[in-house]
Design a protein. Structure first.
Ligand SMILES: Nc1ncnc2c1ncn2[C@@H]1O[C@H](COP(=O)(O)OP(=O)(O)OP(=O)(O)O)[C@@H](O)[C@H]1O
Ligand SMILES: [Mg+2]
Length: 359
């Protein structure tokens, strides 16, 4: 699939922008702070309904303005569509002119995989980054997953509040089971989705990694969760009432899930070099891309924010050769010289896209 046109109004440092995109490679280059990532952010917003950089949506509205509008036209194999997002005091999302009611109705309309410098944190930082990686992939393919996850997180918050009330307001402990029951029910569903997708990752990750590194490193991935079935979760939550009351939060559940990646049997975030960590994240992202492609029957859009500068020319060209049928949006500080690929080059300067050249 690809995005054919993008329109911005009062979005970040753009006053107005209207841009046709190439269905293959689009390169946005320019100095720091000019608005390259802002374009990627706008596309991401239309796909996922939120930014990958901030939870505060007011930040997206151009300073001194009171609304912002982003519109993208997309083409899929069997249909086309327009997504428009208006940010004012609240956010309104429109699909083909019709306002959508819940975020899960938007997910999956535009399929995308993003690669930004922050993604190196997937391996290096705590488990929440890894869960986010899974959530982003599964969410756009199984909107019901996000629905379950939101219910889970809401219930978790209520349970945590109640734990504090037991401690400080002497509320009854046995009422906790009401939350346990609900949490366990949602957890079972969430884990089932995560297991399904972990299996898909397992099937592809190692081959993809060997392909891009041309090395004989073996990658393995291991998923960790506290339990699998509703009954197991319920039992576990019940067993930990005392500890949870003491801590004031829920110590067991899918909000603690994690995965570990091993290179030749050793944990990559501990033993791997910087370059190995970076390449493993790339392999993970390309695995995500392949999984989405198999599921929807066409390639998702790839957003590469500041990523190409991290790769040597050989790996860069290799990557783009593999992306022949993929729409790629790339940001970088210098215009990239690419051979044998169809591409558009956009110069970004102070919230304007100055010259456009097509090759
Ligand atoms: N709400 C806003 N209103 C106006 N300008 C904004 C707003 N939010 C961010 N900016 C401006 O947008 C610019 C940053 O844009 P962006 O992150 O796209 O830069 P970039 O070209 O990707 O730079 P780099 O190469 O450093 O990554 C900054 O100049 C910032 O001041
Ligand atoms: Mg940037």
């Amino acid at each position: 699939m690809y995005i054919s046109h993008i329109k911005l109004q009062n979005f970040r440092n753009y006053k107005k922008l209207s841009l046709d995109l190439n269905s293959n490679i689009n390169i946005f280059y320019g100095d720091n702070g000019q608005g390259k990532t802002n374009v990627i952010e706008a596309v991401f917003l239309c796909g996922m309904g939120k930014s990958f950089r901030t939870n505060k949506e007011q930040e997206l509205i151009r300073l001194e303005e009171n609304f912002s509008e982003v519109e993208v036209e997309f083409q899929k194999k069997d249909r086309e569509g327009v997504i428009r997002i208006v940010l004012e005091k609240k956010k309104a999302i429109f699909l083909n002119g019709v306002k959508i009611k819940k975020l899960s109705d938007l997910l999956g309309k535009i399929n995308l995989v993003i690669f930004s410098p922050d993604d190196l944190e997937i391996l290096k930082e705590g488990p929440s980054k890894r869960r986010r990686f899974l959530d982003m992939m599964i969410g756009q393919l199984r909107p019901n997953y996000i629905h379950c996850l939101n219910l889970y997180l809401k219930t978790l918050e209520q349970r945590n509040n109640y734990l504090k009330q037991i401690r400080f307001e002497s509320k009854q402990e046995n009422m906790l089971e009401i939350w346990d029951e609900k949490l366990a029910e949602y957890a079972e569903k969430i884990v089932a989705y995560r297991i399904e997708f972990m299996q898909k990752i397992k099937e592809k990750l190692n081959t993809i990694h060997q392909d891009i590194t041309e090395e004989k490193e073996t990658l393995e991935i291991e998923y960790h969760t506290d339990a699998k079935t509703k009954e197991e979760f319920f039992r576990l939550l019940k067993q930990n009432h005392r500890l949870d009351m003491l801590k004031g939060y829920t110590t067991k559940g899918v909000h603690r899930d994690d995965f570990t990646i091993f290179i030749n049997g050793r944990q990559v975030n501990i033993y791997g070099s910087q370059g190995q960590n970076r390449t493993v994240v790339l392999s993970l992202k390309l695995t995500e891309l392949k999984i989405i492609e198999e599921e929807i029957g066409e390639e998702p859009i790839l957003l590469l924010d500041d990523f190409m500068s991290e790769l040597d020319e050989k790996r860069r060209n290799r990557l783009l050769q593999v992306m022949r049928n993929t729409q790629v949006l790339i940001t970088c500080t210098d215009p990239l010289e690419l051979r044998n690929v169809s591409s558009n080059l956009f110069k970004v300067e102070n919230g304007e896209i100055k010259n456009k050249e097509a090759f």
